[in-house]
Design a protein. Structure first.
Length: 472
C-alpha cells in the first residue's frame, strides 16, 4: 500500500511520459574503459527494473527504492530510514542528512531512451542501461511460479507493471484447473500484484473464492491452494463491498479461511452488523476469531462487555490471554485493573519462548494510549525481549508520536549486542522521525528546530555504523 501512495504523491502512476521507461534494463560496460571491472563486479548481468508504482529494484543486489523523472534524467533514490526519499530531491536529502544512507543513481535519458550513468562512487563511466524487449505473459507467469528460477526477482518486478493491465488473462490461468501447477502458482502470485482490481475481475474472484478446494495432496498443490486463496482474499479486500464482507465473514465462520486474513476488512470502519458478529466471536472456540474480535472492538471503541471479556484472561490460548489484557488496559475504567493488565503484558514480553514473547509485544502495542507509554518504553529497553517484538514496540512508540518516548528510543540505539542496522534499529530511527514530524505539526516549530530529532537520529545511526566498522 505504501509504495502506491508514494507513487500517487509523485504523480508516477499511469503517467504517460513515464510509460517508455517502464521495464527491465541491462548494463552495457563497453565504454567504461578505466573502471569497467568495478562496474561489472557491481552490476554484472543483474537487471535494473523500473516499476509503474514508482519503485525500482536492482535484482540480485537487494537494492531498491523510488524513481522519478526530472527533465532529461531519471533520479533513483535508495530506500532510506525515514520514508522521505520519494518526496525530496537527491541534492536536498544529501544536504539535510549528509551522513545518512540516502544514496542513489542519476541517469541521463539519451535520445534512443537508453539510460546513461556517468559515475558511480569512485568509478567513472559511462555505462548504458538498455531496455529489454517485452516478454510474453505466459513465459513470465511460468517463471513467476518457480521461486528457484534465477530470473524470479526480475520477473516479479516486471509483472508489477503488467498485472493490472493484463489481470483478465492472469485470473484465467489461476482459475484454470487444466493449467500446470507451476503456471497457476505464478498467476496466483501475480494476482497479488494487481494494484487496481476492475469490477469484472473482482466479481470473478468473489464468486470463485467459496468454491476453491481445501489444501490437500502433494506439497506443490497445498502451497498453490493456500497461495491462491490468500491472494484472492487480498484482492477482494481492495474493494470491500457489502457482498464481499458477507462472503468473507461467512467463510471465516465455516473455517474455510482464517480470521487473521480478513483483519484489514475492519481497519477503516465497522458496521453495526459487524459489531454483532465480532461480539459473537468472543465465545468462539477458535483463538484467531477471539483475538480479531478483541483487537477490532477495542480499537473501534465499540461496546465491549468487559466482564465477559475478562473471563478470557484464563483462556487456554496465550494469544487470547494477551489480547484480553490489552483490551482491559485500553478500555477499563478501573485504573488498578488497567495497571495489572499492563504489568502482566510487560512481564510476558520477557517469556523464554520467543513466539509467546512476540505475541505479548504485539498485544501491548495495540494499547496506544498515553498511559501505555512507560510500559512500552520499558519493554523496548528490556534486553531479553525478542528483537522482532522490540521492533514492533519501537513502531508503536512512533505511532504515539509523544516526545517523552525519545530518550528511550535513543537509548535503544546504544545496544552494541545487535548488528549495525537490523530491522529493530530501522524501526527506532523511523519512529524518531515520526515524532519529529508530529512535533512540527502540533507546535508549528521552525525547520531548524524540527530537524533536531532527525539530526540526533542520524548521528546515532552514524555512531552505530562507526562502531560496527571498528569491530570489523
Amino acid at each position: 500500500m505504501m509504495p502506491v501512495l508514494c507513487a500517487i504523491f509523485l504523480g508516477l502512476v499511469q503517467s504517460p511520459d513515464l510509460e517508455p521507461f517502464l521495464g527491465s534494463y541491462r548494463a552495457d560496460f563497453s565504454r567504461a574503459r578505466k573502471h569497467r571491472s568495478l562496474f561489472e563486479g557491481y552490476f554484472g548481468k543483474r537487471a535494473l527494473v523500473l516499476a509503474r508504482d514508482g519503485t525500482f529494484e536492482i535484482c540480485g543486489l537487494n537494492q531498491s527504492g523510488y524513481w522519478r523523472k526530472e527533465g532529461h534524467r531519471l533520479v533513483l533514490v535508495y530506500r532510506g530510514f525515514f520514508g522521505r526519499p520519494f518526496s525530496e530531491t537527491n541534492s536536498t536529502l544529501k544536504r539535510t542528512v549528509p551522513r545518512s544512507n540516502f544514496e542513489g543513481l542519476i541517469l541521463r535519458v539519451m535520445p534512443d531512451k537508453t539510460l546513461r550513468l556517468d559515475s558511480f562512487g569512485v568509478a567513472k563511466g559511462p555505462i548504458f542501461f538498455k531496455r529489454k524487449g517485452e516478454e510474453p505473459l505466459s513465459s513470465l507467469i511460468t517463471k513467476n511460479g518457480n521461486l528457484d528460477h534465477p530470473d524470479w526477482p526480475e520477473t516479479f518486478m516486471i509483472l508489477k507493471n503488467r498485472a493490472t493491465i493484463e489481470q483478465r488473462a492472469i485470473v484465467d490461468i489461476a482459475l484454470d484447473p487444466k493449467a500446470a501447477i507451476i503456471d497457476r502458482t505464478g498467476a496466483a502470485f501475480a494476482i497479488g500484484q494487481i494494484e487496481s482490481v476492475n469490477p469484472k475481475t473482482f466479481q470473478r474472484l468473489l464468486n470463485a473464492l467459496p468454491a476453491l478446494p481445501r489444501p490437500s495432496g502433494k506439497f506443490e498443490k497445498r502451497f498453490f491452494a493456500r497461495l491462491l486463496q490468500r491472494r484472492i482474499v487480498e484482492a477482494i479486500l481492495k474493494r470491500p463491498t457489502l457482498d464481499a464482507r458477507r462472503v468473507l465473514i461467512s467463510l471465516v465462520d465455516s473455517g474455510a479461511i482464517s480470521a487473521q486474513q480478513i483483519e484489514p476488512l475492519f481497519e477503516s470502519w465497522t458496521r453495526p452488523e459487524d459489531t454483532e458478529v465480532l461480539t459473537s466471536w468472543l465465545s468462539s472456540n477458535k483463538p484467531d476469531q477471539v483475538v480479531l474480535a478483541l483487537k477490532v472492538l477495542a480499537k473501534s471503541k465499540s461496546t465491549v462487555d468487559l466482564e465477559r471479556a475478562s473471563q478470557l484472561t484464563s483462556d487456554d490460548s496465550k494469544r487470547v490471554q494477551y489480547y484480553t489484557h490489552a483490551t482491559i488496559a485500553r478500555l477499563s475504567s478501573d485504573k488498578d485493573q488497567r495497571m495489572k493488565s499492563f504489568i502482566y503484558l510487560l512481564t510476558q514480553t520477557k517469556e523464554d519462548n520467543s513466539k509467546y514473547s512476540w505475541d505479548a509485544c504485539l498485544a501491548l502495542c495495540t494499547v496506544q494510549t498515553a498511559e501505555s507509554l512507560p510500559y512500552l518504553a520499558a519493554a523496548l529497553l528490556a534486553g531479553d525481549t525478542d528483537e522482532i517484538g522490540r521492533s514492533d514496540i519501537a513502531k508503536a512508540l512512533g505511532e504515539l508520536a509523544d516526545a517523552r518516548a525519545v530518550p528511550s528510543l535513543l537509548e535503544a540505539l546504544k545496544d552494541d549486542s545487535l548488528p549495525a542496522f537490523p530491522m529493530f534499529r530501522v524501526k527506532v530511527l523511523e519512529s524518531l522521525d515520526k515524532i519529529a514530524k508530529a512535533k512540527k505539526e502540533s507546535q508549528n516549530l521552525s525547520r531548524g528546530k524540527v530537524g533536531l530529532l532527525r539530526t540526533r537520529a542520524v548521528m546515532a545511526a552514524t555512531n552505530i555504523q562507526n562502531r560496527s566498522d571498528q569491530k570489523s
